[in-house]
Ligand binder design. Structure first.
Ligand code: ZN
Length: 329
């Protein structure tokens, strides 16, 4: 028998199954086994579908070459409109390996950024290589020609560089921007971060967390059907926000940055950091969650770290090769 962390009912062991703390479809590998099957499907189904449909996560997944449950790549993109020519619409796609592909250029790279409830995207479209044997006077024309084939333009600065031989032989990068105005439903994202923090709280703090007042607040929020993400503090007494990496509470991030410097940071896909710290006279324990190396979210999970045997910062690092490690930093 064990107690489910959400419904808090004692159940037989076979009434539990593996729960991925970060959804498997986002490349998560860390699992817990104290969420009962009923709660797992109640909590997971709607949310996981929302996350799977969310264009932001689709983009991040494709960027990291993560396949869907059906083992194919999902194309996250709608039709883009070119910034240079609003009549020009470009359909984005990808090849079998999951590389982004626009028209005939297989080297396209994309960036996507969340601003408020909108995402904006940019596709860096073309990168050209020029053969060193091409005579200098033909080089500019050759590059222009290649650019035109890719449907983008050289800037006057690019041309100057080519003429003045600053760009001697090799390559010139040229960009074509595509803008999109896609509304993103932030509720599933907030719900996901709260769920991750809640599960990590039990994972790291153990069953003593059942008695924490913050546990009740997070649990009530998770079980509510409140889709409004504003003023969660006032309505639910919980704090979920972007983590300000610049200010004085950024100490754990500095520790992590040091750690990453000495390890292979390029391999990192997600990280979760749990840290006890006195903030404004309150003995807070926060969970910092960073998915896909994008912005870090903070979820407050306790206001009294004395109740737990937790001394240092604990990091759970998840890597692109689908492995993870836990370290004290
Ligand atoms: Zn349960």
């Amino acid at each position: 028998m064990k107690k489910c962390i959400l419904c808090e009912t004692d159940k037989e062991d076979n009434e539990f199954n593996k729960e991925h703390v970060i959804p498997k479809q986002l490349g998560g590998t860390l699992t817990i086994e104290n969420l009962c099957k009923d709660c797992n499907s109640k909590l997971g189904n709607e949310l996981d579908q929302d996350i799977a449909r969310n264009i932001l996560y689709k983009t991040y997944k494709l960027g990291e070459k993560i396949k869907s449950n059906r083992r194919n790549f999902i194309n996250p993109f709608p039709i883009f409109t070119s910034e240079e020519d609003e009549n020009r619409q470009i359909e984005m796609g990808h090849d079998e390996e999951g590389n982004l592909k626009i028209t005939h250029n297989p080297q396209a790279k994309s960036t996507m950024e969340l601003k408020g409830d909108k995402i904006s995207g940019e596709i860096i479209k073309a990168e050209f290589s020029i053969d060193a044997t091409i005579p200098e006077d033909e080089r500019l024309n050759k590059i222009k020609e290649l650019c035109e084939q890719e449907g983008c333009k050289l800037t006057p600065e690019d041309e100057e560089k080519i003429k003045s031989r600053q760009l001697k032989t090799r390559s010139v990068n040229s960009k074509e921007s595509f803008y999109m105005s896609e509304e993103v439903d932030l509720w599933p994202i907030i719900q996901l971060y709260v769920r991750i923090a809640y599960e990590i709280a039990f994972y790291k703090l153990g069953d003593s967390y059942f008695d924490d007042p913050m546990k009740n607040k997070l649990k009530n929020y998770l079980e509510s059907d409140d889709h409004d993400i504003e003023n969660l503090d006032e309505r639910h007494g919980i704090i979920v926000n972007y983590f300000p990496e610049e200010n004085e509470v950024a100490e754990p991030i500095k520790h992590l940055a040091d750690y990453k410097k000495h390890n292979d940071a390029d391999r990192l896909l997600h990280f979760i950091l749990i840290f006890p710290m006195m903030i404004d006279g309150v003995k807070q324990i926060n969970v910092l969650i960073n998915l896909f190396n994008k912005r870090t979210f903070r979820v407050l999970i306790s206001e009294d770290f004395d109740n737990y045997d937790i001394k240092s910062f604990n990091a759970i690092l998840m890597f692109k090769n689908r492995s993870h490690i836990e370290v004290n930093i």
